[in-house]
Design a protein around this ligand. Structure first.
Ligand code: AMP
Length: 196
């Protein structure tokens, strides 16, 4: 199964992706996680991405496309994967199409988590508080000021992807404001229907 989770920052893509990993035994490919790992490791990519990420803007298409192209060739992706936070621009969406076509594989479904913007800042603040309470590092971009920029980037560059996938007949929407378990159930139903 090859699945894309779409939705603004804080929509719950990461949480749902982790559940899908457990249910389906395929990896979650989060470009945000990969970029944070690169920043942490101090790689060339990490150095170039850090300031952009801290400002809540999008890293260049060339960088993220290269990261994903390399990642999907790893053996654990052979049975499928969940793309979380990628693609985020139309250029990236075209790149995924090309990558999959080159490998003779297809995208199964795109699930958009539909959420109310006003609730998102609260979720991000809570995520930062939870990370702190658990003794985990708090993301530098999980604060209201940077979050606003991330949301602007989403509407400018990522939201058009819903139309892109709708036109391809791949888009399914799920109410992301429901409880975490209810969203998981809904995603399960969408995937079961798509598999028929
Ligand atoms: P995320 O963890 O998905 O919220 O991503 C955190 C940050 O990483 C974003 O605000 C961007 O700066 C960068 N990033 C993650 N994925 C992408 C992507 N597909 N394209 C461009 N930038 C990305």
């Amino acid at each position: 199964m090859r699945l894309i989770l779409l939705g603004p920052p804080g929509a719950g893509k990461g949480t749902q992706a982790q559940r899908l990993v457990e249910q389906h035994g395929i990896p979650q490919l989060s470009t945000g996680d990969m970029l944070r790992a690169a920043v942490q490791a101090g790689t060339e990519v990490g150095k170039r991405a850090k300031a952009v990420m801290d400002a809540g803007e999008l890293v260049s298409d060339a960088i993220v496309n290269a990261i994903v192209a390399e990642r999907i060739d790893q053996p654990d992706c052979a049975r499928g994967f969940i793309l979380d936070g990628y693609p985020r621009t139309l250029v990236q969406a075209d790149a995924v199409e090309a990558m999959l076509a080159e490998r003779g594989i297809a995208l199964d479904t795109v699930i958009e988590l539909v959420v109310d913007d006003k609730a998102l800042v609260g979720r991000i603040v809570k995520r930062a508080e939870d990370a702190k309470a658990a003794g985990q590092p708090v993301r530098k971009d999980d604060n209201p000021a940077v979050f606003e920029e991330r949301l602007r980037e989403y509407y400018k560059k990522t939201a058009p992807l819903t139309g892109y996938y709708y036109a391809k007949g791949k888009l399914k929407t799920v109410d992301g404001m429901a409880s975490i378990d209810a969203v998981t159930d809904e995603i399960g139903k969408v995937l079961a229907a798509a598999a028929k």
